[in-house]
Design a protein around this ligand. Structure first.
Ligand code: NDP
Ligand code: PYC
Length: 346
């Protein structure tokens, strides 16, 4: 495992509104070889992560996107090919481009199928995903749909009971509407910690909690650099997270026609950071379900969780941060902003 190039940190902060950050990021993507369509989609995604405080997949990722585009590993001009294969199944060949523009290209057909059949699957292959997964599912829930997505990444996780890494960090994201509030959304890596957070800890010189990873000799370590330099991560929850990670490999790669996390070789593309794999989405129209409205039922579940003392739902932290960013702007490190502007050529 290798660390990504980094944006420097300083104590000074500056705020930017969401649209200005999107424009800045679009300039960076286009300057490094993407089409305007791809730039727009990735910039919205990355700025949204930064706005919501999902820092491991916000502007922190920009140098990795840039070095990947420079290396020729990913097709920034990709034109996804959407295939309508069955009443509830859509396939997309992402043309060795990013997964989010492939999702955008297939989205209308996917929603149409989910609403008519009650459920629809989107299988994206030949794609790169370098982002948080919740932005791929959350919008469906705002439209009253339930969505689940999985994506596999790059070999850096040791399956439970094994000696060497094989799986990716393989996140699972889920979104469901609820009657009186933001959708219920969770998005979690099936590794004990996301690779991006290991990089951030290494850069800050922080130690990790126990149980996250092993060093190059397979010994437990709390040193993020030892994990990044020849070591590996562990699944969360032992055999349980490991089984979920295996499921993600099967759904995101075997079912879509994409690469398993261990199947691609980027060694001839120095600077390449984006996993070349696949992604699966399942979208359900809950209006087809029996009984009381789904959104009321999910609201009731939330009410009951709060009644037993729950203070924080998954997604709450992000939504609070989103509201804060809307009120005060998105806070960025001054040095980071300077480097982003340099990458944009301004
Ligand atoms: P976290 O462990 O930070 O969070 C996982 C989920 O749990 C989130 O929905 C979070 O909500 C929620 N949560 C966290 N703490 C609590 C708590 N105390 N109480 C209730 N809910 C809580 O995420 P990960 O580190 O696992 O993943 C980080 C990101 O990395 C994800 O966005 C993931 O998609 C991305 N990733 C992307 C990969 C790729 O290949 N593209 C690979 C691996 C990871 P909240 O957001 O509100 O904090
Ligand atoms: O944080 O594990 C991660 C990750 C892998 C690919 C994109 N993010």
């Amino acid at each position: 495992m290798t660390a990504s190039p980094e944006l420097a940190v300083s104590s000074g902060k500056q705020t930017l509104d969401f649209d200005s950050l999107v424009v800045l990021l679009e300039q960076i993507f286009v300057r490094h070889g993407t089409s305007m369509d791809v730039a727009r989609t990735l910039a919205q995604n990355c700025a949204g992560a930064e706005r919501d405080g999902a820092h491991s997949h916000g502007v922190f990722r920009i140098p990795g996107y840039v070095s990947t585009l420079r290396s020729g590993w990913v097709n920034g001009q990709a034109v996804p090919v959407v295939e309508d294969v069955a009443s509830g199944f859509v396939r997309v060949d992402a043309d060795n481009g990013f997964a989010q523009p492939a999702l955008a290209a297939a989205r209308a057909l996917l929603v149409e199928k989910a609403r008519s059949a009650g459920i629809a699957v989107l299988a994206i292959r030949n794609s790169h995903h370098f982002a948080a997964l919740w932005p791929d599912v959350e919008p469906f829930a705002y439209e009253g749909l339930v969505a689940l997505s999985v994506v596999n990444s790059m070999t850096c996780v040791v399956p439970h009971g094994a000696d060497r890494p094989l799986f990716g960090t393989n996140p699972i994201a889920f979104a469901a509407p609820r009657a009186d509030g933001d959708p219920i959304v969770f998005d979690l890596a099936t590794s004990a910690i996301a690779h991006g957070d290991v990089q951030i800890a290494a850069r800050k010189g922080e130690r990790l909690p126990a149980g996250m990873g092993v060093d190059s000799l397979g010994q437990p370590t709390q040193d993020p650099k030892a994990i990044l330099e020849g070591g590996a991560l562990l699944p969360f929850g032992g055999h349980k997270g490991s089984a979920l990670s295996m499921m993600v490999e099967l759904l995101a790669a075997a079912l879509t026609g994409g690469n398993f996390s261990f199947e691609f070789d980027w060694s001839n593309h120095p600077g390449a950071k984006t996993p070349w794999t696949g992604q699966l989405l399942i979208v359900i129209d809950p209006s087809k379900a029996a009984g009381q409205g789904f959104a009321e039922r999910s609201q009731e579940l939330v009410r009951q969780m709060h009644s037993v003392g729950l203070k924080r739902l998954p997604g709450d932290r992000r939504h609070h941060q989103r509201a804060k960013s809307a009120a005060n702007g998105i806070e960025l490190d001054v040095q980071t902003l300077k480097e982003l502007r340099e990458l944009a050529g301004g």
